[in-house]
Structures are given as C-alpha cells and as structure tokens.
Write a protein that binds this ligand. Structure first.
Ligand SMILES: Nc1ncnc2c1ncn2[C@@H]1O[C@H](COP(=O)(O)OP(=O)(O)O)[C@@H](O)[C@H]1O
Ligand SMILES: [Mg+2]
Length: 244
C-alpha cells in the first residue's frame, strides 16, 4: 500500500533497451501537491523515468501507481485523462496549426473537455504561460523558448493533478527564468503536484520541496534540496559525468 499522501509511485522500475539498463530498480514517489526536482548528468535516465511515469514507455519490470490505482499498463492518453500531464524535452507541436489550436487539441483530446470548456481552459493555459500574444501564430514559426512555453500550456490545458516537466528552462535569460519560476509557483498554489527535471539548479531550488539525483539509472540521493546538492555521491556523479 502507498504511503499516506503519495499520489504517484514508481516501485522497482527497471527499463532496458536491449542490453542497456537505463533504469535500474528505481523507487520514486510524489506526494499530493508536492514539487520534486530531478537532476543528474546527461544519460542518467531522467527522461526515461518521466516517460515511464507518463506512459510513453512501458517498464521492463516494476509498477506505476497513481492515486491508488495500478496504471503500469495504461497508455499515455489514458493517464492524461486521469490527471498526469507532461512536457517534452524536445517540443513537438503540430507545426501547421496555430498555438491556440495546439492547446485546444490538448484540452479536448488530452483533457477530455467539451467544446466551450476546452476553449476556456485553452485561453487560461495560454494566459498563464504568457502565450496569448502568439495565440494565432502557426506553431512552426515559434522560437525554441515559445515552443517550450507551448509545451507547458498544452500540459496545463488538460487540467492535470500532476505535471511532469522535462527541461523547460534551458537557455533562458534571468528575467525569463524568473517569469517561469513565477508561473510554476502559481501552479503550486493551485495545488498541482510537480516533477521538474532541470539542469539549472538555482531555478529548481526556488520551486521544489525535494530533490532527487539520478546517475546511471539509479536514484543516488533523495531529500531536502540543499542536502542533496551537498551529498558526496551527487558531487561525484556530476564530476564524473562532466555536466554542470
Ligand atoms: N529509445 C531508446 N533506445 C535506446 N536507448 C535509449 C532510448 N532512450 C534513451 N536511451 C538511452 O538511455 C540512457 C538514458 O537516457 P535519458 O533517459 O534520455 O537520460 P537523461 O534524460 O537523464 O539525459 C541514455 O544512455 C540513452 O542513450
Ligand atoms: Mg533528458
């Protein structure tokens, strides 16, 4: 049985790609309205963990539970309806559609909202991400920064209970990073649980309650953010991985 307050739990998760073990018996939990950061060198398995949580990949072994139910066999679309939304590290909007249309598809197909509710949700999601100004542009004309914001808006439009974010902050100026932190803190106030993979640790630390560090497919530290950053195994993983 899950611990009290835990809404999302991965237990004993292994993911192999042929001989390559990318997740090696990972146990990971997120509490209701909790914000958890994930750091770790490139190739550590962070995106793969997010894929397994969101249903884009099936684990080789282990289980994923969400709000008391076993979702290990549930497709991504089904998990999205249950309240698990994610952004992609490499944004992939429908390029020929407008920004608004992209978000509307997420609200209807992903969130299950009917026409008018989907419309209102989409406007709200765009507003929260500062994207109303480009709502009528074709998605393929956006720069990388706005594509990342669009990823966030699409995830929000599904009205999630938990948001899984994969490197949405890379390449931001200080002002843009502050704006993003403001947006995420606002979502926290509304009670969303958040899992945020990010290399920019000082940005992450403004938002998260807990920090997890992954290295070579394992969770090597999990706890209070500053304590995790000071952990000897974490420092070693970063030096060994050559990523700051
Ligand atoms: N579909 C795949 N097939 C084979 N190997 C993969 C696949 N996806 C990821 N990997 C490998 O798994 C490891 C972890 O990747 P990833 O989860 O993207 O790491 P991170 O997000 O921490 O940088 C890497 O060695 C990567 O090459
Ligand atoms: Mg990644």
């Amino acid at each position: 049985m899950a611990e009290a307050g835990v809404i999302l739990a991965a237990t004993g998760v292994v993911k192999r790609f042929n001989a390559l073990v990318v997740l090696d018996r990972v146990d990971f939990t997120v509490g209701a309205a909790e914000a958890v950061g994930i750091v770790g060198p490139n190739g550590a398995g962070k995106t793969t963990l997010l894929n397994v949580l969101a249903g884009a990949l099936r684990p080789t072994m282990g289980t994923i539970r969400f709000r008391g139910g076993d979702v290990t066999g549930a497709q991504a679309a089904e998990r999205c309806r249950l309240g698990i939304a994610r952004s992609h590290q490499v944004p992939r909007p429908f390029g020929a559609m407008t920004v608004f249309e992209n978000v509307l598809v997420a609200a209807t197909a992903g969130g299950g909202f009917a026409r008018e509710a989907a419309h209102d949700r989409s406007i709200d999601a765009l507003d929260r991400c500062g994207m109303l100004r480009v709502a009528n542009r074709r998605a393929e004309t956006l720069g990388l920064l706005d594509r990342k914001r669009l990823e966030l808006a699409r995830a929000l439009a599904t009205d999630p209970i938990i948001l899984l974010l994969d490197e949405i902050g890379g390449g931001l100026t200080d002002a843009e990073a502050d704006e993003l932190v403001g947006t995420i803190l606002e979502l926290r106030k509304r009670g969303l649980a958040i899992v945020w993979i990010e290399h920019i640790v000082h940005v992450l630390l403004q938002v998260v309650d807990r920090l997890v560090c992954m290295s070579a497919g394992r969770i090597i530290a999990d706890g209070e953010p500053k304590a995790v950053m000071a952990d000897a195994a974490v420092i070693e993983a970063y030096l060994g991985g050559g990523v700051a």
